[in-house]
Design a protein around this ligand. Structure first.
Ligand code: HEC
Ligand code: HEC
Ligand code: HEC
Ligand code: HEC
Length: 154
């Protein structure tokens, strides 16, 4: 009887603990150079896409735009998140829209030599919509656009 009463409490506590552990892992953004060793072709493909120079693009509308949070947030990795882009002095490796914008922070995956369950394997439409919002990109079509994210790499 006692056990039954306590079960939900215990489960709740466990859930809490695992959420905390997960939050710590999720703080770890590395930048794309950490992926090259094992995914060289995909890195090369991605480098040919507009995402790979998204930060530079901000300058088109004035150099100062690279310092405006409301612009920077969709043109870099994980702006204002734990371990994400801060500025070009502190986190130059996290400029542009990179692997980890879509696949999530890579540290755990890299440290395990590539455990595929430690990141997002198939980023869904919602992951694009953080930036390709209605307001920003009205005609965004996930099915067509998802094929372009690694460049010519199939
Ligand atoms: C030490 C080698 C290594 C490094 C470094 C590495 N990966 Fe991986 N990655 C792997 C291996 C091995 C797999 C599993 C391949 C499989 O199961 O087909 C994998 C799988 C993946 C998958 C899922 C593929 C699937 O459908 O299962 C993604 C996404 C991925 N890696 C992204 C990245 C990103 C992003 C980085 C850089 C932050 C990175 N990887 C760095 C070795 C690595
Ligand atoms: C962190 C923000 C962000 C995320 C997340 C994001 N994008 Fe983008 N995307 C951009 C920015 C910014 C540009 C413009 C880059 C430039 O031209 O400098 C862009 C451009 C593109 C382009 C080239 C222009 C076009 O519209 O054809 C494609 C294709 C694209 N994104 C597809 C995707 C897909 C598919 C996803 C999700 C799987 C995604 N993006 C996720 C910010 C993002
Ligand atoms: C909500 C996310 C988001 C914000 C905020 C944002 N951008 Fe973008 N930006 C995108 C996406 C997505 C694209 C690619 C799709 C497109 O062309 O609309 C893009 C494309 C661009 C381009 C490529 C040229 C073009 O218009 O196609 C420029 C330049 C640009 N953004 C500048 C800016 C500036 C300057 C700001 C701040 C005033 C800003 N962006 C804020 C997401 C964003
Ligand atoms: C704009 C979002 C986006 C970016 C940036 C991106 N990916 Fe992906 N990635 C995806 C999507 C979406 C899929 C699933 C493709 C599908 O739907 O078949 C995928 C699939 C993968 C896979 C598994 C399938 C395959 O092609 O082998 C790997 C590995 C991978 N990505 C690694 C990377 C690496 C490494 C980078 C950075 C150089 C990167 N991705 C950049 C969205 C992205």
């Amino acid at each position: 009887m006692r056990l039954t009463l306590w079960t939900p409490v215990l489960l709740g506590a466990l859930l809490c603990l695992s959420t905390v552990a997960r939050a710590e892992i999720l703080g770890d953004y590395l930048g794309y150079t950490a992926c090259t060793e094992c995914h060289a072709e995909i890195v090369e493909g991605w480098q040919t896409t507009p995402h790979a120079h998204a930060f530079e693009t901000l300058k088109q509308q004035g150099e100062e735009k690279q310092g405006i949070p409301g612009c920077v947030k969709c043109h870099v990795v994980a702006y204002e998140e734990d371990g994400g882009f801060i500025d070009m002095d502190l986190t130059p490796e996290l400029k542009d829209v990179q692997c980890e914008n879509c696949h999530g922070p890579g540290r755990a995956h890299v440290e395990t030599g590539g455990d595929p369950d430690l990141l997002k394997k198939q980023p869904d439409e919602a992951s694009c919509r953080q930036c390709h919002t209605e307001g920003q990109d009205k005609n965004f079509d996930y099915e067509t656009k998802r094929r372009l994210v690694h460049g010519a790499t199939p």
